[in-house]
Design a protein. Sequence first.
Length: 180
Amino acid sequence: MDNVPHRDDSTDVLHLIDGDQPLDWEHVYRDNVTSIYRLVYSRVGNQADAEDLTSQVFLEALPRLRSSASGGEIHKYLVATARTTLASHWRRRFGIQVTTIDDNLASAAEDVASIDPLPRIRHVLAKLPPNYRRILELRFLERCSVREAAASMGISAANARVVQHRALRRAAEVGLEVAP
């Protein structure tokens, strides 16, 4: 059972059972959390999901980190874990397989910030059926609640949630077809 981590409650350091070198979990987290968060945020586009998925990346990676790994090796492992976590997220959420995620973390957030998404959004919305387009416009462009959107469309809130879910899945498919 080499390299099986266990927590020493007296310190904030992770020790390996058969290893001499401690792995400072706080240091690993501080050094990598910003770049991992930026990568995840650039892919999901909202703060809540990005925070949850970033936490999941670190929780998945913690038991597998070697104390002898360099900072670069740890970062590469965290990026690989982020890829897997994001792929699972997209597969669960939209039922689509994501096969590539850009490795360039430094430019990922800048690239997303420099792109004007509105033309592409309008193009994707134009390819959707009218009820799908309307629910997405109300919910995400006009920032209506589910109840407000449902009332505007003359449907129940439960139906609005179903229509929104289906619209998001279809928009994801259309978005892949019209990639920039």
